[in-house]
Design a binder for this molecule. Structure first.
Ligand SMILES: Nc1ncnc2c1ncn2[C@@H]1O[C@H](COP(=O)(O)OP(=O)(O)OP(=O)(O)O)[C@@H](O)[C@H]1O
Length: 571
């Protein structure tokens, strides 16, 4: 399976390379042409300075000048086209991989944190930005030796001077990189810390305001941001120092070329045209090397970003499985499931086995922190067990492609999530489910009447803040989302929390109706709820580090279970 997965994703990356191949060849040719055109100026100088003073031919001067200007104009035109090609290539890369990454990160069974999506996209942005802006200088860098060789051909001494200057430039660039590396690491860490702090504060704005945490948070932010600024100052001071040295070295090279050139003319080894031609070629070589050195970091960052993107694309947790048509009829099976959170010493769930036929209900009970949410997430395939399997029949849920999983499973997370969009879009999972299905789901969740009382009904825009909706109304919209299309398996994490008694009873009735239509229901509760107990055919009590699966004999047993006693027969 792993081999098949890798092969499939390699195709995505290699297909992109294959599709880019023609463009890359064109870019190399453009680069070759425009650099060849750069030789027009030194050739012109050789001809004009050495021949015209002797021949005194104005026509030749005009003709050569027109020719060199045409070559310069052609070179500039090619450069414009080359830059345009690189920009388009960069945009193409981002367009091609952006949706794949977002979709992959959002549907990953590992449920990566949101920061991971941001990181993946910023890696992609880095690759795009390098291709659009930095790649040209690295394409040109291969021409540095050719320009140096040109000045070497005019005179070995001038070639050696140019080569030494470029060599020194490389050493300075390495020193610049090396001397700022640690400061950049510290600055990036501080910057990330400050950013996370602001995002957290923004997310928990209400608590920050109500509990007067703003000055403490500002102080904390200032410490991180201040650290970043100090390091940035240090980095910039060093960078400026090396940049000035590199610029100065360029000036020294130009002066040196003239000085050595003139000396060579004095000793009769060179002409005036030769001096200027060699000086121009050495100047081109140096400038191209300097540009590449300036883009050194962006090349390195783009390489790291590319490697990480490639890894992400090869790390697609969704295996292609053949979905048996019988999956909709198959039981939900938890087969010796164990799970431990990263960094924890204890398993939250250990060797848990339970099976639920279509139409059966399971109620997971336990006090805070006993693992109800973890188990719900294991069942819907957001996280994968450490050992054991969660299956629908023979198929592991976490391995089911996301689009198929979405039709099979409805899920209400513990924290109600409302997306920016209309009520209808929120219930239809931002898709285009038929309106009747959306209404049916809203009716089951007991929110239909409230929605049609809104000014724009199902088209009313709402968002994460969802002002204008009570906590219970938000919850019922999220419940409707879970019920949409009456999926094969519905997992509800604390569905009764925040609901009043009448709504709880109505929800209990809705769950019974869904069960009667063949849905398997898994619900959790921290506090006893009679409608949920009535819905359940099986009970699972978490707590005290042990798990026991029990068959309900009566809802009373569930009540006993709330305090950690009662219910003990394993299915
Ligand atoms: N991402 C995580 N990393 C490490 N430990 C975690 C993580 N999520 C939960 N835990 C730990 O796993 C245990 C079970 O947490 P879980 O949220 O599943 O419990 P719960 O029964 O749903 O709690 P509550 O009713 O308070 O929501 C807790 O001890 C919790 O601290």
């Amino acid at each position: 399976m792993a081999r098949r997965r890798k092969a499939g994703n390699d195709t995505a990356v290699t297909a992109a390379w294959r599709a880019s191949w023609g463009g890359i060849v064109a870019l190399i040719l453009f680069t070759a042409f425009l650099n060849l055109l750069r030789f027009a100026t030194p050739l012109y100088l050789l001809q004009v300075l050495d021949r015209i003073p002797v021949s005194r031919s104005v026509e030749t001067l005009v003709l050569l000048t027109v020719m060199v200007l045409a070559a310069v104009a052609a070179g500039l035109a090619l450069e414009v086209v080359r830059r345009r090609m690189l920009t388009r290539w960069g945009t193409w890369i981002e367009r091609r991989f952006g949706p794949i990454l977002v979709n992959q990160e959002l549907s990953s069974p590992g449920a990566r944190p949101a920061a991971d999506i941001t990181r993946a996209l910023s890696d992609l942005g880095r690759v795009r930005s390098f291709v659009s802006q930095g790649a040209a200088s690295w394409l040109d860098v291969f021409w540095v030796p050719i320009f140096l060789f040109g000045s070497f051909l005019i005179h070995p001494l001038l070639g050696t001077v140019a080569l030494s200057a470029v060599g020194l430039l490389v050493i300075l660039a390495i020193l610049q990189e090396w001397s700022t590396r640690e400061a950049r690491r510290v600055s990036n860490d501080a910057s990330r810390e400050a950013g996370v702090l602001v995002i957290d504060a923004e997310r928990n704005r209400e608590s920050v305001g109500a509990l007067s945490m703003s000055s403490a948070l500002t102080e904390k932010w200032q410490r991180s941001a201040g650290g970043k600024l100090t390091e940035r100052e240090r980095i910039e001071a060093r960078q400026n120092f090396y940049r000035i040295l590199i610029r100065g070295l360029g000036e020294i090279l130009r002066i040196g070329m003239i000085a050595f050139g003139l000396w060579l003319t004095i000793v009769g080894e060179m002409t005036l045209g030769g001096i200027f031609a060699a000086r121009v070629m050495a100047g081109f070589g140096y400038t191209l090397a300097e540009r590449a050195a300036r883009n050194w970091r962006s090349l390195r960052e783009a390489r790291t970003a590319y490697a990480s993107l490639k890894q992400r694309l090869a790390d697609n947790g969704e295996a292609q499985v053949s979905i048996l048509p019988s999956m909709t009829q198959a039981p939900l099976i938890l087969d010796k499931v164990s799970f431990r959170h990263q960094g924890q010493r204890e398993d939250v769930v250990r060797r848990l086995s339970v099976s639920l036929a279509p139409g059966e209900g399971l109620l997971i009970t336990g006090t805070g922190g006993t693992g109800k949410t973890t188990l719900s997430r294991l069942i819907v395939g957001i996280i994968e067990p450490r050992y054991g399997q969660v299956r629908l029949g023979d198929v592991q849920i976490a391995r089911v492609p996301q689009d198929i999983r979405a039709n099979l499973i409805g899920y209400l997370p513990q924290h109600t999530e409302i997306f920016t969009g209309t009520v209808r879009e929120n219930i239809s999972r931002l898709g285009d489910a038929p309106f009747e299905e959306v209404v049916a789901a809203a009716e089951l969740a007991g929110i239909h009447e409230r929605i049609i009382a809104m000014p724009q009904g199902y088209d009313t825009p709402i968002g994460p803040e969802a002002t204008g909706l009570s906590g219970s109304e938000r919850k019922r919209i999220a419940l409707a989302r879970a019920f949409l299309g009456k999926p094969r398996l519905i997992v509800l994490d604390e569905p009764m929390a925040n609901l009043d008694d009448a709504t709880r009873r109505a929800l209990g009735t809705a769950l019974k109706q869904l069960k009667a239509e063949g849905c398997t229901i898994v619900a959790t509760q921290a506090v006893h709820s009679t409608p949920l107990s009535r819905m359940a055919d099986k009970f699972l009590i978490l707590g005290g580090g042990t798990l026991e699966v029990t068959r309900a004999e009566s809802s009373k047993k569930a009540e006993q279970a709330d305090d950690g006693t009662g219910l003990r027969s394993v299915t």
